[in-house]
Design a protein around this ligand. Structure first.
Ligand code: GDP
Length: 472
């Protein structure tokens, strides 16, 4: 039907043209490239495919090592519900009044930057939780340098604590534990550390390398020291960026404000964003009319690791969209338009995810080195047994990684993690829950469920040997 409109011919004619090619199609059917070309040709049209090439036309900024200067770390707070993520973010926000400036952080713009007494800076993403973190990763954006994982000392390592740990690890982001609520009489921070040790996560007090600090997000005890440990961890990462070029970075959030138009919070990752710059973000573009920091103050410039809210885009980009600065407004606009067109034309994502069926082919092509598996099961015993067996399947050519394992049904969060880490999901005696199946279908994530351990091991083994018979 879309094609009929584009060529201004009745849709029935297109359908019969397809029929003469031996294809029974409906009005809403999507045609492949070859069919499109043949049918268009019959009506005297040429087809030009706009492909993902437009992405390649965007000049990527490449920095010479000598242009790089140290930058502040970007931190995400994760952890189980009610363990104190929001309280910690609020505490940091409230306590931090930049020396010599009146007023703290008043605006919620999705991210904020703070400066410690020693002058060191940190930027925080203000949407706590690993879902937001992994949703961004699934869109190809990795903005977080360090994850603070909050664990309530009067509780335990909970399912979402484990998820947060797996999500941070899958992203290769170092973790600093904040053992929270130590003001409570029932708090037992040592027990939490012991439980972490049982999971092979040894914190410093226990002779390990992982930083942790006991805090109370409510009273503020220990928060400063926690942030110092985050900075210490950041030092090891030697985070750098070149501030002296056109900016690029990531959209943190965007919305339509009645009075001001589209407001987008961006996190600058390289270069310096200036008022007057033309930017392209996802499917939207525009000239930066004004910028504000989290204190509601107008700023003219924003350098690396600085979050600012930007006015002037012609729409609301999605969280996780990259932004770039363009010399030429028209170029930015034209790419934004092409992206919108592409989006409309491609009902399915361009990024394909791995499936068990495909592994053999990819191995044969030689571009497959790691098989990432998310493993969910009904009891701990089967999860551990399968983990062992899967890991033993690793060969010199292919490493099998269990990037997350847990007892429980397959959740949306598992699917997101699979999408961000190109993993397959294996369920043992468990099934997808809620929207997990739907999202998996949309994201093309392979979910396999088994009730016999040997079947699960057998399928993965066969897939790795390129011998799996396609699933019917
Ligand atoms: P989130 O779901 O992880 O964002 O948790 P919240 O920050 O919303 O905190 C959940 C509850 O725990 C709230 O009632 C907080 O007031 C409380 N809480 C958070 N941190 C502390 C703390 O350090 N001490 C005590 N006593 N309560 C806390």
């Amino acid at each position: 039907s879309e094609m009929a409109t584009m060529m201004d011919v009745p849709v029935t004619k297109i359908i019969s043209a397809c029929m003469s090619l031996g294809m029974m199609v409906t009005m809403n059917q999507r045609l492949d490239a070859e069919t499109l070309s043949i049918v268009a040709d019959e009506f005297g049209y040429d087809v030009e495919f706009i492909t993902a090439d437009i992405e390649e036309s965007i000049e990527r900024n490449v920095d010479a090592p000598e242009d790089l200067l140290p930058r502040a770390p970007i931190v995400t707070v994760m952890g189980h519900v009610d363990h104190g993520k929001t309280s910690l973010l609020d505490n940091i926000r409230k306590e931090n009044v930049i020396a010599g400036e009146s007023g703290g952080i008043t605006q919620h713009i999705g991210a904020y930057a703070v400066e410690l007494d020693g002058g060191q800076k940190l930027a925080f993403l203000d949407t706590p939780g690993h879902e937001a973190f992994t949703a961004m990763r699934a869109r190809g954006a990795q903005v977080t340098d360090i994850a603070i994982i909050v664990v309530a000392a009067d509780d335990d390592i909970m399912p979402q604590t484990k998820e947060a740990i797996s999500h941070a690890q899958a992203a290769g982001v170092p973790i600093v534990f904040a053992i929270n609520k130590i003001d409570k009489p029932t708090a037992n921070p040592e027990r939490i550390k012991e439980r972490l040790a049982q999971m092979n996560l040894l914190v410093e007090d226990w002779g390990g390398k992982i930083q942790s600090h006991d805090i109370s997000a409510k009273t503020g005890v220990g928060v400063k020291e926690l942030l110092e440990k985050v900075l210490l961890e950041a030092e090891l990462l030697e985070l750098k960026a070149n501030p002296n070029r056109q900016a690029d970075g990531t959209i943190v959030e965007a919305f339509l404000d009645k009075g001001r138009g589209y407001v987008s919070t961006v996190l600058v990752q390289g270069g310096t964003l200036k008022v007057g710059d033309y930017i392209l973000a996802g499917q939207h573009s525009g000239k930066v009319k004004a910028m504000q920091d989290e204190r509601g103050k107008n700023v003219q410039e924003a350098g690396p690791s600085t979050p600012v809210s930007v006015l002037g885009l012609d729409g609301a980009p999605q969280a996780g969209d990259k932004f770039n600065v363009f010399e030429d407004e028209r170029e930015a606009k034209s790419i934004a338009t092409k992206r919108t067109q592409l989006q409309r034309e491609q009902s399915v994502r361009t990024q394909r995810h791995i499936t068990l069926d495909e592994i053999g082919r990819r191995i044969a092509l030689g571009d497959f080195k790691e098989l990432n598996i998310i493993l969910k099961g009904d009891v701990d015993g089967s999860v551990e047994a399968l983990t062992d067996s899967f890991q033993k399947l690793s060969t010199e050519e292919i490493q099998v990684n269990i990037i997350h394992k847990a007892v429980g049904p397959i959740t949306e969060s598992d699917v997101l993690l699979a999408s961000a880490s190109d993993a397959i999901i294996i369920g043992f005696n468990v099934r997808p829950m809620g929207n997990a199946r739907q999202i998996a279908d949309k994201e093309e994530i392979d979910i396999r469920t088994y009730s016999i351990i040997y079947d699960a091991i057998g399928d993965v083994k066969d897939a790795m040997e390129g011998m799996l018979s396609p699933e019917m």
